[in-house]
Design a protein around this ligand. Structure first.
Ligand code: COA
Length: 169
């Protein structure tokens, strides 16, 4: 490892992790010495999975990749990034529609902390239309998630659906 390890933080809600996220993390493996997947604790998105469940899922998927760490954070992202001695925020850019929002966040984060750089990575085009919300919608309606999420996520969503069906019966 280099004298100054290249540490990147990949923040998000990850409710749940999709293969698009996995693709970004795997691309990062070639660029960084450590990648910290950072799950926002108080997301206003009313997540389906608890923070602990999301941590567990991502740890399980990357169990054989010790340079991928999973943590949670609250407060300002730049403060968290600094606390981990990282200088890079990784974000995925799927489509042009992501760009405006991501640009605004990156410039605001730079305004807040000029020594932290945002690095954008493009996931493989087969994941350009994947989002966690669509994944949850498809799962709730019994559609196939093959190739869109890791098997552990597929299994957890199926379990949720079965539980919801049993409750309704
Ligand atoms: N593959 C598949 N889906 C992807 C993806 C990829 N490569 N990249 C993003 N997405 C999807 C996510 O699944 C998510 O979908 P959803 O909206 O259906 O849930 C959506 O794109 C973007 O969400 P996410 O990546 O989770 O980011 P976010 O916008 O929810 O959270 C934070 C962004 C956590 C980085 C931001 O809110 C933050 O920094 N908060 C801390 C407070 C702070 O510092 N605020 C000031 C920031 S300037």
């Amino acid at each position: 490892m280099a004298a100054h390890p290249r540490i990147a933080v990949y923040p998000g809600t990850f409710d749940p992790l999709t293969n698009g996220h996995v693709d970004i993390i795997e691309r990062g493996l070639a660029l960084f010495d450590r990648i910290i997947v950072a799950i926002l604790e108080n997301s206003g998105k009313h997540p389906l999975f608890t923070v602990a469940e999301r941590v567990g899922i991502i740890r399980e998927v990357f169990a054989d990749k010790p340079i991928v760490e999973v943590e949670t954070f609250g407060g300002l992202l730049v403060d968290y990034v600094r606390s981990r001695r990282a200088h890079v925020i990784v974000r995925g850019l799927r489509t042009v529609s992501d760009f405006d929002y991501e640009r605004q966040m990156a410039l605001m984060n730079r305004h807040l902390s000029s020594d932290i750089e945002t690095v954008f990575m493009m996931p493989s085009e087969q994941y350009a239309y994947v989002s966690s919300t669509l994944i949850k919608d498809i799962a709730a309606l019994g559609g196939s998630l093959a190739g869109l999420v890791p098997p552990v996520v597929d299994a957890r969503l199926a379990r949720r659906r079965e539980a919801a069906t049993t409750r309704r019966a």
